[in-house]
Ligand binder design. Structure first.
Ligand code: AR6
Length: 174
């Protein structure tokens, strides 16, 4: 079974196989969701991140979840919004590469934050369209793989934009 769900709240509280971190290229922590994940996971997460050698925009790397409920953290680096065409490709690659990595690690439930829509200033509606379309396409291309994809929305505005756009795109969700 494949499922898309929307959750209003803090991604660090979710009990799923993996949560995705909207990190920066150093992978050494920061503010926003990155800061929250590192705070809950503890110092061991930072220690493992130091061994990874950073991460390019649009790519994804995996670590353990340490003190989080989630077994894994998938760290991906969204684009800093610039208005160039490459922003959309980079953002789509974050979702696609995270899901490819999830499949490789036999992850069957994964939660994404709204990558790049905070400190990196990607306009929320545009970013949501890209997130939903990319995930929908990936699920169709991997129709034999059972996975639950949760969109973790930290505030009510993000939650309602996700629901509105999912309806417009005819994407089934719970
Ligand atoms: N759970 C779920 N979503 C959250 C949480 C949380 N605990 N906290 C914030 N968000 P941002 P970016 C939402 O700024 O734009 C960091 O410093 C937030 O409301 O965390 O990709 C990194 O180190 C927004 O909707 O990530 C990078 O330097 C979304 O997560 C930079 O920020 C993304 O906001 C990355 O910026």
């Amino acid at each position: 079974m494949q499922k898309i769900l929307f959750d209003l709240g803090d991604i660090t509280k979710l009990d799923c196989d993996a949560i995705v971190n909207a990190a920066n290229k150093t992978l050494l922590g920061g503010g926003g969701v990155d800061g929250a994940i590192h705070r809950v996971a503890g110092r061991e997460l930072l220690a493992e991140c130091r061994t990874l050698g950073g991460c390019n925009t649009g790519e994804a790397k995996i670590t353990k979840g340490y003190k989080l409920k989630a077994k894994y953290v998938i760290h991906t680096v969204g684009p800093i919004y610039s208005g160039k065409d490459s922003d959309a490709t980079d953002l789509a690659n974050c979702y696609k590469n995270s899901l490819d990595l999830a499949k490789k690690y036999d992850i069957h439930s994964i939660a994404f934050p709204a990558i790049s829509t905070g400190v990196y200033h990607y306009p929320l509606e545009e970013a949501t369209r890209i997130a939903l379309t990319t995930i929908d396409n990936w699920l169709k291309a991997n129709a034999d793989y059972d996975i639950e994809v949760i969109f973790s929305c930290f505030d009510k505005r993000t939650y309602s934009v996700y629901i509105d756009i999912a309806k417009k795109l005819n994407i089934t969700f719970i």
